[in-house]
Design a protein around this ligand. Structure first.
Ligand code: MLZ
Length: 460
């Protein structure tokens, strides 16, 4: 079920107009291009933009005002149309021919008003309109280009979670990089009859699931031994000289003190189920690794051999103190045999003879992220991490966001961290050239759900 939004006729501008024009601002996403510049981007800015209302054969420009912002998208109104919104156009500020005021003069480009606008004395009209007007920063596009640079190339080796067994990592090689998102090929994934890779994994370079070569050994995490009988040599990503990734290429996690008061094996917690990201479950610390990492198992559904444990860092948003769901009005997924309505932590702890992990070990700091429910964005479906989809923030609880994929059943909803590198502003796919998955089914997104979803794919 993979689609290309542009080919499918999806257009963010008209979609937003139908759904209430609310989108998360670029400044909410710390890992994306222009995040730091975005405090200088607001409604009322004036820019010079390609004039599409002209019969002239050559490129000409005209001045326009930002009348609406939605992620990277700006709704622009050409100077001279005053209150007439019929010619407004959505532009992507990261890609389009949009420039600061003065750019045409400096670059010798003609400023020509739209045909429909009749005004004799443009010079004095503009002078009057431009006095005191603000424009986008001069280095906007330079900053854009800078931030799209990425320390990963085809052929770089990493350690990444093994999608066929989530408790271990596996060596993989970068095949493709788009917008900082990596397509990773496991070193022993195997090739099909026509040379296609049988198993791959996508994640952002800042994802907590990807690490430098040697990481697993360093923190005492299990890693799959590469099956040397599988030869990937005929694939382009493997023909390159392999270059091992190093710690500097990855995001530094906050250092945690692991003294006598750290997580201990057997302690109870609440945790996001890595295979059902919409569920927060009763869970246990199964093993304490090094450098602040722990292995977590979901109570009552574990296979028993540890192969379904999942590694979370102590600073992860995905592990929560006992009582978190109750305090925040989130339905807690309880172990089989328990009833959500009657489950209580004190009784459960007593029955299992376990203790709750102390509250202070968790990173539940409210970070003041700026997301609110109803905001649209582009978000990775982490169960199928190649897909970046049209999504809506459904709830905000502390640093957690519950994301809904437009057009899909609520079963597909996922809890993510507000600083997840796998969520992007509206228009990010257009800028990076990543394929966007449009909402499925007919358009109207106004709150109501449709029922076109197929069954949830598991695992991943
Ligand atoms: N194979 C899956 C794709 C689901 C993608 C959902 N993205 C929100 C299915 O069709 O069930």
């Amino acid at each position: 079920f993979v689609q290309d939004a542009t080919l499918a006729g999806f257009d963010w501008g008209s979609y937003l107009e139908k759904s209430g024009l609310l989108a998360a601002p670029v400044s909410c996403f710390r890992h994306v291009p222009l995040c730091a510049q975005w405090e200088d981007v607001y409604v009322g800015l004036k820019v010079e933009v390609l004039n599409t209302h002209t019969a002239l054969p050559s490129k000409v420009y005209w001045i326009a005002t930002v009348v609406q912002l939605a992620g990277y998208k700006a709704l622009l109104r050409y100077e001279g149309f005053e209150d007439d919104d019929r010619h407004d156009l959505w532009c992507n500020l990261g890609t389009a021919d949009v420039h600061p005021i003065g750019w045409c003069a400096v670059n010798n480009k003609p400023l020509v008003p739209p045909q429909e606008v009749h005004q004799q004395d443009w010079k004095s009209y503009l002078m009057e309109r431009l006095v005191g007007a603000h424009t986008i920063p001069v280095d906007f596009h330079v900053k854009m280009a800078d931030s799209l640079r990425c320390p990963f190339r085809q052929g770089v080796r990493v350690e990444v979670v093994d999608r066929s067994q989530v408790s271990r990592t596996r060596l993989a090689v970068v095949d493709t990089v788009i917008g900082g998102r990596l397509r990773l090929l496991y070193e022993d994934a195997g090739l099909g009859p026509s040379g296609e890779v049988l198993s791959d994994f996508w994640c952002h370079m800042q994802s907590p699931l990807v690490h430098h070569v040697g990481w697993s050994e360093t923190v005492d995490h299990s890693i799959k031994e590469t099956d040397t009988n599988v030869n990937m040599g005929s694939h382009p990503a493997f023909r390159r000289v392999h270059q091992n990734s190093v710690p500097d290429q990855f995001k530094k996690l906050r250092t945690v003190y692991m003294g006598a008061t750290f997580f201990k094996e057997g302690m109870k917690i609440e945790a996001i189920d890595p295979l059902n990201l919409g569920n927060i479950c009763v869970a246990s610390v199964r093993k304490v690794l090094l450098d602040g990492y722990i292995m977590v198992g979901i109570d009552g559904v574990e296979i028993g051999d540890g192969s379904d444990w999942f590694c979370y860092h102590a600073s992860s948003h995905a592990i929560l103190p006992v009582g978190y769901c109750e305090n925040n009005d989130i339905p807690l997924t309880v172990p089989p045999g328990y009833d959500q309505a009657t489950f209580t932590w004190p009784v459960y702890l007593e029955e299992t003879g376990a203790v709750a992990a102390p509250q202070r070990l968790f990173n539940t700091d409210d970070v003041g992220h700026g997301f609110t429910s109803g905001m649209k964005l582009e978000a990775v479906d982490l169960m199928e991490p190649r897909l970046v989809c049209v999504a809506t923030v459904r709830r905000c609880v502390g640093r957690l966001l519950l994301l809904h994929f437009d057009g899909w059943e609520p079963e597909f909803d996922q809890w993510v961290d507000c600083q997840s590198p796998e969520i992007y502003p509206v228009g990010w796919c257009e800028i990076t050239g990543y394929q966007l998955q449009p909402p499925i089914g007919p358009e109207p997104p106004q709150g109501q759900e449709h029922s076109h979803a197929s069954k949830k794919a598991k695992p991943f």
